[in-house]
Design a protein around this ligand. Structure first.
Ligand SMILES: *Cc1c(COP(=O)(O)O)cnc(C)c1O
Length: 354
């Protein structure tokens, strides 16, 4: 990497913090005083700026709007018991961001912009990190194509931004989930493993149809047979069968490699639980349910961390679960909270001080 980039800083004249109400925080609705913005042109990143959060002026011919080169990340920052800010596993998101960039034919963002820029931005807006238990500062890095012409080709210009949004304790009520057999989220060779905007756009119809039928989200299945399980909504999925944790494997490229998924696998193994990353079908799942061996079903992701599934519908089979009995989901959630709150040692160096 080249010499350290200069990040220019323009501060707000008046902070929005005065009088800001941390008690009412719908997810992703409010943004802090500042944002980071960088532009890519002629093969290099330039003009890295931290400046007041503000609207962008964009042309209607913006390539990202037409052809979808647009990727993002989701990360959280917290305050420790002494009030010092830290970020949870940002290097993992940094690596994944550049994997997404590669798949979408976009340029890499260097560490000194993604990580160092994020650090400096949070340092400036650190008073926006809520100090309350389970509250956090949600960090949203994103990059999109900014060429202004309608020819179909990879854009030559891109914009990278980091936004910060204070977030309350994200309580996800136990979910009712329908197994999806019509729509597909991801197929081998596709873009399912990347965190690109279109994956979200393509998934909304299925979720809306599920909601009309009384479900919160869908359990995605494979594109060919609609029987191999993939993810639950926009979360990774775990099944506990006979005290073994099973989660779909990553190698077909149809699963987003969640940082929370990886943390949960690591912690379950430390607790002595066997974890299998492999293909699992809806038939195996319903069979295990009928034999009283399916103990827990839960989703994992940065926003809610762990979301419990209380009902799973597949054709005429309705599987119901007593989420109060989910021991492993509760244990990993607690373990993650203990690491964040400094109650147990952070042996994996997941907490990155600012
Ligand atoms: C972001 C995301 C996840 C969760 O990833 P985390 O790193 O744990 O937040 C899971 N599935 C999909 C499709 C996602 O976009």
């Amino acid at each position: 990497m080249t010499e350290a980039l200069d990040i220019s800083v323009t501060r707000v004249e008046r902070s929005k913090l005065t009088g800001f109400n941390f008690d009412n925080l719908p997810f992703g609705k409010y943004f802090t005083d500042h944002m980071l913005e960088a532009d890519y042109e002629n093969g290099e990143w330039k003009s890295v700026e931290i400046k007041p959060y503000q609207p962008l002026l964009l042309e209607p011919s913006l390539a990202a709007l037409h052809y979808g080169q647009s990727i993002f990340e989701g990360i959280k920052a917290y305050k420790d018991a002494e009030g010092n800010p830290f970020i949870f596993r940002p290097y993992d998101n940094f690596k994944r961001f550049n994997l997404s960039a590669d798949r979408m034919n976009m340029p890499e963002v260097p560490e000194e912009i993604f990580i160092e820029g994020m650090r400096q931005l949070i340092e400036i807006d650190k008073n926006w990190i809520p100090a309350k238990k389970d509250y956090s500062l949600y960090i949203r890095p994103l990059m999109f194509a900014t060429d202004t012409m309608l020819g179909v080709r990879p854009s030559e210009k891109y914009k990278f931004l980091i936004l910060l949004s204070p977030a309350g304790a994200y309580f996800s009520a136990p979910l009712r989930i329908a197994v999806e057999e019509k729509y597909t989220r991801a197929a081998p060779g596709g873009v399912g493993f990347s965190k690109n905007a279109g994956n979200y756009g393509g998934s909304m119809k299925a979720a809306t149809v599920a909601k009309e039928q009384g479900y919160d989200q869908v359990l995605w299945t494979d594109a060919f047979e609609h029987k191999w399980l993939q993810e639950v909504g926009m979360m990774n999925v775990f099944f506990i069968i006979n005290n073994v944790a099973i989660t779909p494997s990553l190698e077909e490229g149809t699963i987003l490699a969640g940082v929370t998924r990886n943390s949960v696998i690591t912690l379950l193994e430390e607790m002595g639980i066997k974890v299998e990353e492999r293909k699992i079908s809806i038939d195996e799942l319903t069979e295990a349910y009928k034999n009283n061996q399916l103990q827990e079903v839960f989703g994992t992701g940065t926003a809610a961390v762990v979301s419990l599934v209380k009902e799973l519908k597949y054709r005429d089979t309705v599987m119901q679960f007593d989420v109060a009995s989910f021991k492993l989901a509760a244990a990993v959630k607690q373990r993650l909270a203990d690491i964040r709150e400094g109650k147990v040692e952070d042996t994996h160096n997941w907490l990155v001080r600012i």
